[in-house]
Design a protein around this ligand. Structure first.
Ligand SMILES: Nc1ncnc2c1ncn2[C@@H]1O[C@H](COP(=O)(O)OP(=O)(O)O)[C@@H](O)[C@H]1O
Ligand SMILES: [Mg+2]
Length: 372
Protein backbone atom coordinates (compact mmCIF):
# COMPACT_ATOMS: atom_id res chain seq x y z
CA UNK A 1 0.00 0.00 0.00
CA UNK A 2 1.41 3.36 -1.02
CA UNK A 3 0.32 6.91 -0.28
CA UNK A 4 0.95 8.94 -3.44
CA UNK A 5 -0.30 12.40 -2.58
CA UNK A 6 -1.91 14.43 0.16
CA UNK A 7 -3.84 17.67 0.05
CA UNK A 8 -4.73 19.88 3.00
CA UNK A 9 -6.99 22.93 3.13
CA UNK A 10 -7.45 25.02 6.26
CA UNK A 11 -6.08 22.16 8.35
CA UNK A 12 -4.13 23.16 11.51
CA UNK A 13 -1.41 25.63 10.46
CA UNK A 14 -1.81 24.98 6.71
CA UNK A 15 -3.94 27.17 4.48
CA UNK A 16 -3.45 25.13 1.32
CA UNK A 17 -0.88 22.43 0.72
CA UNK A 18 -0.37 19.65 -1.78
CA UNK A 19 2.38 17.08 -1.37
CA UNK A 20 3.47 14.20 -3.59
CA UNK A 21 5.26 11.19 -2.15
CA UNK A 22 7.25 9.41 -4.81
CA UNK A 23 9.58 7.69 -2.33
CA UNK A 24 9.28 4.93 0.22
CA UNK A 25 10.69 7.05 3.02
CA UNK A 26 9.74 10.66 3.65
CA UNK A 27 11.48 12.72 6.33
CA UNK A 28 9.60 15.78 7.54
CA UNK A 29 12.27 18.00 9.04
CA UNK A 30 11.80 21.29 10.89
CA UNK A 31 11.95 23.05 14.21
CA UNK A 32 9.32 22.55 16.91
CA UNK A 33 5.97 24.04 16.06
CA UNK A 34 6.63 24.17 12.31
CA UNK A 35 3.84 21.71 11.48
CA UNK A 36 5.51 18.30 11.08
CA UNK A 37 3.12 16.34 13.26
CA UNK A 38 0.18 18.14 11.64
CA UNK A 39 1.03 16.39 8.36
CA UNK A 40 1.12 12.95 10.00
CA UNK A 41 -2.10 13.87 11.75
CA UNK A 42 -3.76 14.67 8.40
CA UNK A 43 -2.75 11.24 7.09
CA UNK A 44 -4.06 9.56 10.21
CA UNK A 45 -7.38 11.42 9.97
CA UNK A 46 -7.81 9.90 6.50
CA UNK A 47 -7.02 6.51 8.06
CA UNK A 48 -9.45 6.51 10.96
CA UNK A 49 -11.59 9.65 10.64
CA UNK A 50 -10.12 11.02 13.85
CA UNK A 51 -6.95 12.66 15.07
CA UNK A 52 -4.50 10.35 16.83
CA UNK A 53 -3.91 13.22 19.25
CA UNK A 54 -7.40 12.64 20.63
CA UNK A 55 -8.71 16.14 19.92
CA UNK A 56 -12.14 17.06 18.51
CA UNK A 57 -12.50 18.13 14.85
CA UNK A 58 -12.85 21.78 15.87
CA UNK A 59 -9.17 21.84 16.90
CA UNK A 60 -8.11 20.66 13.44
CA UNK A 61 -9.67 23.60 11.64
CA UNK A 62 -7.23 26.39 10.90
CA UNK A 63 -7.78 29.42 13.10
CA UNK A 64 -10.43 31.85 11.80
CA UNK A 65 -11.75 29.24 9.34
CA UNK A 66 -15.04 27.37 9.46
CA UNK A 67 -13.94 23.98 8.20
CA UNK A 68 -11.14 21.86 6.74
CA UNK A 69 -10.75 19.57 3.75
CA UNK A 70 -8.31 16.69 3.31
CA UNK A 71 -7.77 14.37 0.39
CA UNK A 72 -5.26 11.77 -0.67
CA UNK A 73 -4.54 9.31 -3.41
CA UNK A 74 -3.18 5.90 -2.52
CA UNK A 75 -2.45 2.66 -4.27
CA UNK A 76 -3.76 -0.64 -3.10
CA UNK A 77 -4.36 -3.02 -6.01
CA UNK A 78 -5.43 0.05 -7.98
CA UNK A 79 -5.40 3.79 -7.42
CA UNK A 80 -7.92 5.26 -4.95
CA UNK A 81 -8.87 8.62 -3.52
CA UNK A 82 -10.16 9.48 -0.07
CA UNK A 83 -11.66 12.84 0.84
CA UNK A 84 -12.91 14.29 4.09
CA UNK A 85 -14.52 17.70 4.49
CA UNK A 86 -15.61 19.00 7.88
CA UNK A 87 -17.61 22.15 8.65
CA UNK A 88 -17.71 23.19 12.29
CA UNK A 89 -19.73 26.40 12.14
CA UNK A 90 -23.22 25.80 13.50
CA UNK A 91 -24.02 22.10 13.40
CA UNK A 92 -20.95 19.94 12.77
CA UNK A 93 -21.02 18.47 9.28
CA UNK A 94 -18.77 15.79 7.92
CA UNK A 95 -18.56 14.50 4.39
CA UNK A 96 -16.33 11.54 3.57
CA UNK A 97 -15.81 10.07 0.13
CA UNK A 98 -13.94 7.13 -1.32
CA UNK A 99 -13.32 7.23 -5.06
CA UNK A 100 -15.92 9.99 -5.32
CA UNK A 101 -18.67 8.04 -3.52
CA UNK A 102 -20.02 9.23 -0.17
CA UNK A 103 -19.27 6.94 2.79
CA UNK A 104 -21.99 6.66 5.46
CA UNK A 105 -19.77 7.29 8.49
CA UNK A 106 -16.28 7.78 9.84
CA UNK A 107 -16.28 4.08 10.75
CA UNK A 108 -16.68 3.23 7.06
CA UNK A 109 -13.37 4.95 6.39
CA UNK A 110 -11.47 2.45 8.50
CA UNK A 111 -9.77 -0.35 6.63
CA UNK A 112 -9.03 1.65 3.46
CA UNK A 113 -5.80 3.53 4.00
CA UNK A 114 -4.14 1.60 6.82
CA UNK A 115 -1.48 3.35 8.88
CA UNK A 116 0.21 2.94 12.24
CA UNK A 117 1.31 5.92 14.31
CA UNK A 118 4.43 5.67 16.48
CA UNK A 119 4.27 8.52 18.95
CA UNK A 120 6.07 9.46 22.17
CA UNK A 121 2.59 9.45 23.74
CA UNK A 122 2.43 5.68 23.16
CA UNK A 123 4.04 5.26 26.57
CA UNK A 124 0.50 5.93 27.80
CA UNK A 125 -0.49 2.45 26.59
CA UNK A 126 1.72 1.06 29.33
CA UNK A 127 1.73 3.80 31.96
CA UNK A 128 -1.78 5.18 31.51
CA UNK A 129 -5.05 3.72 32.71
CA UNK A 130 -7.12 0.87 31.26
CA UNK A 131 -8.83 3.19 28.75
CA UNK A 132 -5.63 3.82 26.77
CA UNK A 133 -4.98 0.08 26.55
CA UNK A 134 -8.52 -0.74 25.44
CA UNK A 135 -8.26 1.98 22.81
CA UNK A 136 -5.04 0.42 21.51
CA UNK A 137 -6.70 -3.00 21.38
CA UNK A 138 -9.91 -1.78 19.75
CA UNK A 139 -8.12 0.33 17.14
CA UNK A 140 -6.02 -2.63 16.10
CA UNK A 141 -8.96 -5.01 15.89
CA UNK A 142 -11.11 -2.48 14.03
CA UNK A 143 -8.47 -2.13 11.35
CA UNK A 144 -8.34 -5.85 10.90
CA UNK A 145 -12.04 -6.34 10.75
CA UNK A 146 -14.76 -3.72 10.26
CA UNK A 147 -17.39 -6.15 11.66
CA UNK A 148 -15.62 -5.82 15.02
CA UNK A 149 -15.95 -2.05 14.91
CA UNK A 150 -19.66 -2.30 14.01
CA UNK A 151 -20.20 -4.63 16.95
CA UNK A 152 -18.32 -2.28 19.28
CA UNK A 153 -20.37 0.72 18.14
CA UNK A 154 -23.62 -1.19 18.73
CA UNK A 155 -22.37 -2.37 22.11
CA UNK A 156 -21.40 1.14 23.26
CA UNK A 157 -24.78 2.45 22.16
CA UNK A 158 -26.54 -0.31 24.10
CA UNK A 159 -24.46 0.50 27.22
CA UNK A 160 -25.48 4.16 26.99
CA UNK A 161 -29.15 3.22 26.60
CA UNK A 162 -28.97 0.80 29.53
CA UNK A 163 -27.33 3.52 31.65
CA UNK A 164 -30.20 5.87 30.88
CA UNK A 165 -32.69 3.24 32.11
CA UNK A 166 -30.57 2.57 35.22
CA UNK A 167 -30.85 6.25 36.13
CA UNK A 168 -34.60 6.23 35.48
CA UNK A 169 -35.00 3.22 37.78
CA UNK A 170 -32.95 4.98 40.45
CA UNK A 171 -35.34 7.95 40.19
CA UNK A 172 -38.39 5.64 40.30
CA UNK A 173 -39.33 6.49 36.74
CA UNK A 174 -38.83 2.99 35.36
CA UNK A 175 -38.95 -0.65 36.49
CA UNK A 176 -36.19 -3.21 36.90
CA UNK A 177 -37.58 -5.55 34.25
CA UNK A 178 -37.06 -2.81 31.65
CA UNK A 179 -33.39 -3.82 31.82
CA UNK A 180 -34.03 -7.37 30.58
CA UNK A 181 -33.91 -6.75 26.80
CA UNK A 182 -30.79 -4.58 27.16
CA UNK A 183 -29.07 -7.20 29.27
CA UNK A 184 -29.78 -9.84 26.63
CA UNK A 185 -28.42 -7.61 23.94
CA UNK A 186 -25.31 -6.74 25.97
CA UNK A 187 -24.59 -10.41 26.70
CA UNK A 188 -24.83 -11.15 22.99
CA UNK A 189 -22.66 -8.25 21.80
CA UNK A 190 -20.30 -8.29 24.80
CA UNK A 191 -19.37 -11.97 24.50
CA UNK A 192 -18.77 -11.49 20.78
CA UNK A 193 -16.38 -8.60 21.47
CA UNK A 194 -14.58 -10.41 24.28
CA UNK A 195 -14.30 -13.58 22.23
CA UNK A 196 -12.71 -11.67 19.35
CA UNK A 197 -10.37 -9.78 21.66
CA UNK A 198 -9.16 -13.01 23.24
CA UNK A 199 -8.68 -14.72 19.91
CA UNK A 200 -6.75 -11.72 18.66
CA UNK A 201 -4.53 -11.58 21.77
CA UNK A 202 -3.59 -15.24 21.39
CA UNK A 203 -2.46 -14.50 17.81
CA UNK A 204 -0.79 -11.21 18.66
CA UNK A 205 1.13 -12.31 21.77
CA UNK A 206 3.75 -14.42 19.93
CA UNK A 207 4.25 -11.70 17.29
CA UNK A 208 4.66 -9.08 20.00
CA UNK A 209 7.12 -11.25 21.91
CA UNK A 210 9.19 -11.86 18.81
CA UNK A 211 9.58 -8.10 18.32
CA UNK A 212 10.28 -7.56 22.02
CA UNK A 213 12.80 -10.38 22.00
CA UNK A 214 14.72 -8.73 19.16
CA UNK A 215 14.54 -5.22 20.57
CA UNK A 216 15.61 -6.27 24.07
CA UNK A 217 18.31 -8.65 22.85
CA UNK A 218 16.44 -11.70 24.16
CA UNK A 219 16.01 -10.30 27.67
CA UNK A 220 12.32 -9.45 27.88
CA UNK A 221 9.13 -11.29 27.17
CA UNK A 222 5.61 -10.69 28.42
CA UNK A 223 2.21 -12.31 28.78
CA UNK A 224 -0.91 -10.52 27.59
CA UNK A 225 -4.17 -11.06 29.40
CA UNK A 226 -7.70 -9.69 29.48
CA UNK A 227 -9.36 -9.29 32.88
CA UNK A 228 -11.99 -10.48 33.62
CA UNK A 229 -12.60 -10.97 29.88
CA UNK A 230 -15.78 -13.04 30.21
CA UNK A 231 -16.71 -14.66 26.91
CA UNK A 232 -19.07 -17.36 28.21
CA UNK A 233 -22.70 -16.17 27.77
CA UNK A 234 -24.05 -17.89 30.88
CA UNK A 235 -21.31 -16.60 33.19
CA UNK A 236 -21.58 -13.15 31.61
CA UNK A 237 -25.34 -13.09 32.21
CA UNK A 238 -24.84 -14.13 35.86
CA UNK A 239 -22.21 -11.44 36.42
CA UNK A 240 -24.60 -8.80 35.03
CA UNK A 241 -27.41 -10.11 37.23
CA UNK A 242 -25.24 -9.96 40.35
CA UNK A 243 -24.29 -6.36 39.67
CA UNK A 244 -27.76 -5.13 38.82
CA UNK A 245 -28.55 -3.32 42.06
CA UNK A 246 -25.11 -1.78 42.21
CA UNK A 247 -25.54 -0.62 38.60
CA UNK A 248 -28.86 0.99 39.52
CA UNK A 249 -27.24 2.75 42.48
CA UNK A 250 -24.40 4.16 40.36
CA UNK A 251 -26.47 4.64 37.21
CA UNK A 252 -23.82 2.91 35.12
CA UNK A 253 -23.12 -0.53 33.68
CA UNK A 254 -20.13 -1.92 35.54
CA UNK A 255 -19.56 -5.24 33.79
CA UNK A 256 -18.51 -5.92 30.20
CA UNK A 257 -15.78 -5.31 27.63
CA UNK A 258 -15.96 -1.53 28.18
CA UNK A 259 -14.57 -2.20 31.67
CA UNK A 260 -12.19 -5.07 30.87
CA UNK A 261 -8.53 -4.48 31.55
CA UNK A 262 -5.78 -5.44 29.15
CA UNK A 263 -2.83 -6.56 31.24
CA UNK A 264 0.83 -6.78 30.26
CA UNK A 265 2.41 -9.20 32.72
CA UNK A 266 5.97 -10.31 33.36
CA UNK A 267 6.69 -13.86 32.26
CA UNK A 268 8.99 -14.73 35.13
CA UNK A 269 6.21 -16.60 36.94
CA UNK A 270 5.31 -13.69 39.22
CA UNK A 271 2.67 -12.33 36.80
CA UNK A 272 3.39 -8.77 37.86
CA UNK A 273 2.10 -5.86 35.80
CA UNK A 274 5.06 -4.59 33.76
CA UNK A 275 3.92 -1.05 34.60
CA UNK A 276 5.39 -1.58 38.07
CA UNK A 277 8.24 -3.93 37.18
CA UNK A 278 9.86 -2.70 33.98
CA UNK A 279 12.47 0.06 33.92
CA UNK A 280 11.88 3.13 31.78
CA UNK A 281 14.13 1.63 29.06
CA UNK A 282 12.27 -1.68 29.10
CA UNK A 283 8.97 0.17 28.83
CA UNK A 284 10.23 2.07 25.80
CA UNK A 285 11.26 -1.22 24.18
CA UNK A 286 7.85 -2.67 24.92
CA UNK A 287 6.06 0.33 23.40
CA UNK A 288 8.12 -0.03 20.25
CA UNK A 289 7.42 -3.77 20.19
CA UNK A 290 3.68 -3.13 20.55
CA UNK A 291 3.68 -0.96 17.44
CA UNK A 292 6.08 -3.12 15.44
CA UNK A 293 3.99 -6.14 16.44
CA UNK A 294 0.91 -4.27 15.20
CA UNK A 295 2.66 -3.75 11.89
CA UNK A 296 3.52 -7.44 11.45
CA UNK A 297 0.14 -8.56 12.71
CA UNK A 298 -1.80 -6.38 10.26
CA UNK A 299 0.56 -7.29 7.46
CA UNK A 300 -0.14 -10.95 8.10
CA UNK A 301 -3.88 -10.74 8.73
CA UNK A 302 -5.02 -8.13 6.24
CA UNK A 303 -2.36 -8.93 3.71
CA UNK A 304 -0.87 -5.47 3.20
CA UNK A 305 1.85 -3.39 4.79
CA UNK A 306 0.41 -0.51 6.80
CA UNK A 307 2.00 2.89 6.26
CA UNK A 308 4.19 3.88 9.20
CA UNK A 309 3.79 7.37 10.66
CA UNK A 310 6.70 7.90 13.02
CA UNK A 311 6.41 11.01 15.12
CA UNK A 312 9.60 12.19 16.84
CA UNK A 313 10.40 8.69 17.98
CA UNK A 314 13.71 7.75 16.38
CA UNK A 315 15.74 10.32 18.26
CA UNK A 316 14.56 8.87 21.56
CA UNK A 317 15.96 5.44 20.86
CA UNK A 318 19.41 4.31 21.90
CA UNK A 319 21.73 3.05 19.17
CA UNK A 320 20.83 -0.62 19.48
CA UNK A 321 17.14 0.04 19.22
CA UNK A 322 17.75 2.51 16.43
CA UNK A 323 19.49 -0.23 14.41
CA UNK A 324 16.53 -2.47 14.93
CA UNK A 325 14.29 0.33 13.77
CA UNK A 326 16.29 0.98 10.62
CA UNK A 327 16.07 -2.73 9.90
CA UNK A 328 12.29 -2.50 10.16
CA UNK A 329 12.34 0.28 7.59
CA UNK A 330 13.89 -2.07 5.07
CA UNK A 331 11.00 -4.46 5.60
CA UNK A 332 8.15 -1.97 5.68
CA UNK A 333 6.38 -0.55 2.67
CA UNK A 334 6.24 3.20 3.18
CA UNK A 335 7.15 5.34 6.17
CA UNK A 336 6.94 9.00 7.19
CA UNK A 337 9.11 10.46 9.93
CA UNK A 338 9.16 13.73 11.74
CA UNK A 339 12.39 14.92 13.27
CA UNK A 340 13.90 18.32 14.20
CA UNK A 341 17.11 17.40 12.31
CA UNK A 342 18.73 14.46 10.57
CA UNK A 343 21.72 14.01 12.91
CA UNK A 344 22.39 10.33 13.48
CA UNK A 345 19.88 9.32 10.84
CA UNK A 346 22.25 9.44 7.87
CA UNK A 347 22.26 5.66 7.44
CA UNK A 348 18.47 5.50 7.36
CA UNK A 349 18.31 8.36 4.88
CA UNK A 350 20.88 6.77 2.59
CA UNK A 351 19.52 3.24 2.97
CA UNK A 352 16.76 3.42 0.40
CA UNK A 353 15.18 6.08 -1.70
CA UNK A 354 14.29 8.80 0.76
CA UNK A 355 12.86 12.26 0.36
CA UNK A 356 13.53 15.07 2.77
CA UNK A 357 10.89 17.76 3.13
CA UNK A 358 11.88 20.89 4.97
CA UNK A 359 8.60 21.73 6.68
CA UNK A 360 9.17 25.48 7.26
CA UNK A 361 9.64 25.82 3.46
CA UNK A 362 6.10 24.55 2.92
CA UNK A 363 4.71 27.66 4.58
CA UNK A 364 6.83 30.09 2.61
CA UNK A 365 5.91 28.25 -0.61
CA UNK A 366 2.24 28.90 0.11
CA UNK A 367 2.84 32.57 0.94
CA UNK A 368 4.96 33.01 -2.18
CA UNK A 369 2.35 31.57 -4.50
CA UNK A 370 -0.27 33.83 -2.96
CA UNK A 371 1.84 36.95 -3.32
CA UNK A 372 2.64 36.29 -6.95
N1 LIG B 1 -6.15 24.92 14.46
C1 LIG B 1 -4.97 25.52 14.23
N2 LIG B 1 -4.90 26.63 13.47
C2 LIG B 1 -3.71 27.22 13.21
N3 LIG B 1 -2.55 26.79 13.70
C3 LIG B 1 -2.55 25.69 14.47
C4 LIG B 1 -3.75 24.99 14.78
N4 LIG B 1 -3.47 23.93 15.56
C5 LIG B 1 -2.13 23.98 15.73
N5 LIG B 1 -1.57 25.00 15.09
C6 LIG B 1 -0.16 25.37 15.04
O1 LIG B 1 0.58 24.26 14.57
C7 LIG B 1 1.86 24.27 15.16
C8 LIG B 1 2.19 22.92 15.75
O2 LIG B 1 2.28 22.02 14.71
P1 LIG B 1 2.95 20.59 14.94
O3 LIG B 1 2.76 19.85 13.68
O4 LIG B 1 2.45 19.98 16.19
O5 LIG B 1 4.47 21.02 15.13
P2 LIG B 1 5.77 20.11 15.09
O6 LIG B 1 6.53 20.54 13.88
O7 LIG B 1 6.49 20.45 16.34
O8 LIG B 1 5.35 18.69 15.03
C9 LIG B 1 1.85 25.30 16.25
O9 LIG B 1 2.58 26.40 15.79
C10 LIG B 1 0.39 25.63 16.43
O10 LIG B 1 0.21 26.96 16.80
MG1 LIG C 1 5.55 17.22 16.55
Amino acid sequence: MFLRSLQLQHFRNYGALKLDFPDRLTFLVGENGSGKTNILEAISVLTSGKSFRGVPDQELVQEKQSGFYLSCTYEWQSSHTLEMGVQVEGRLQRRIKKDGKVLPSRAALIGNLVSIVFSPDDLEIIQGGPTARRRFLDALLSHRDSAYLDCLIQYNRAVRQRNTILKEIRNNRSRLNMLDPWDRSLVELGTRITGQRKKFLSEYEPILNESLNQISGGKDSIRVSLFPGESDSELYRKAMQERRMRDVATGSTTFGPHRDRLLFLTQDGSDKDVQFRFSQGQKRSLVLALRVGQFYYLKQYIGRSPILLIDDVIRELDYKRRDYFVDLLHKCGQAFFTTPDLDGLESAVQATSARIINVPDLHSAVTDSKSQ
